[in-house]
Design a protein around this ligand. Structure first.
Ligand code: NAD
Length: 246
């Protein structure tokens, strides 16, 4: 593989961690990012390096433009051109719509939507100049079909799909593909507050018969970043084990 560098936002744990490790194993230089779990982010970068890859990490909040510019400067200084961006960082909030407030709205939208906007704004200009780029946005199946009691989360993830569609059209002529993955229920810290009974119900309702693992999503991201997916853009891959079939 030619020299490739990927930024994976929110990669100290969960799906982002699995994506960083998968891309590292495939030979990408990897920039690991987290908002506060610095030790865990270091562990991910160290694991990639121990396995013969190249990685480093930076703590920065994707919802803040100044922080994202710090990621950009760090990446440029240490790795040069970042050709692959995986917008994975995200948060979920569970609440009845009637209990939602402005604070929740800002919190969820600022990370899940503004975060993707900030990162794309920082990294796309170099992709355009280099006439190459791969952007992969982690949405959610709830962005496709909506989740009860997760209205803001669902709206933010649907917005990410909208952004993916329009950026794919705008950036295609610059040889930049923009795709999304819409995972179903994946076994990470994000779902640790959901009861074992509810998780079992999700599994039972999933045709494949289980919840997903972070590696299930990492392999899809790796495919979308690879030359095997050169002719795919504006696509959202529904990775829910069949929980959502439209
Ligand atoms: P997680 O909570 O285990 O990990 C989230 C990661 O994002 C962490 O590394 C955290 O540090 C980082 N992060 C959070 N806010 C950030 C910010 N402001 N700036 C930078 N990093 C930030 O969650 P996960 O399950 O691994 O989720 C990863 C992505 O997958 C999210 O976008 C989530 O919405 C999406 N997703 C998850 C599931 C699921 O069931 N776990 C399903 C569908 C989609």
């Amino acid at each position: 593989m030619e020299n490739r560098t990927a930024l994976v936002t929110g990669s100290s744990r969960g799906i982002g961690r699995a994506i960083a490790l998968e891309l590292g194993a495939k030979g990408y230089n990897v920039i690991v990012n987290c908002v506060k779990n610095v030790d865990m982010a270091h562990e991910v970068a160290d694991t990639i390096c121990k396995n013969g890859g190249r990685a480093d990490c930076i703590c920065a909040d994707v919802s803040k433009k100044a922080d994202v510019l710090k990621i950009y400067d760090f990446a440029k200084r240490n790795f040069g051109f970042v050709d692959t961006v995986v917008n994975n960082a995200g948060i979920s909030r569970y609440a009845l719509f009637t209990d939602e407030d402005d604070e929740n709205f800002d919190e969820v939208m600022n990370v899940n939507l503004r975060g993707v906007f900030n990162v794309c704004r920082a990294f796309v200009p170099d992709m355009v100049s280099n006439r190459f780029g791969r952007i992969i946005n982690i949405s959610s199946m709830w962005g496709l079909v909506g989740a009860s009691c997760e209205s803001l989360y669902s709206a933010s993830k649907a917005a990410v799909i909208g952004l993916t569609l329009s950026l794919a059209k705008e950036l295609g002529p610059s040889n930049i593909t923009v795709n999304a993955v819409a995972p179903g229920v994946i076994n990470t810290d994000m779902i640790k507050n959901i009861s074992a009974q509810t998780i079992k119900e999700f599994s039972d309702e999933t045709p494949i018969g289980r919840c997903g693992e972070p590696e299930d999503i990492a392999r899809i991201v790796s495919f979308l970043a690879s030359s095997d997916a050169d002719f795919i853009t504006g696509e959202t891959i529904n990775a829910s084990g069949g929980f959502v079939i439209k």
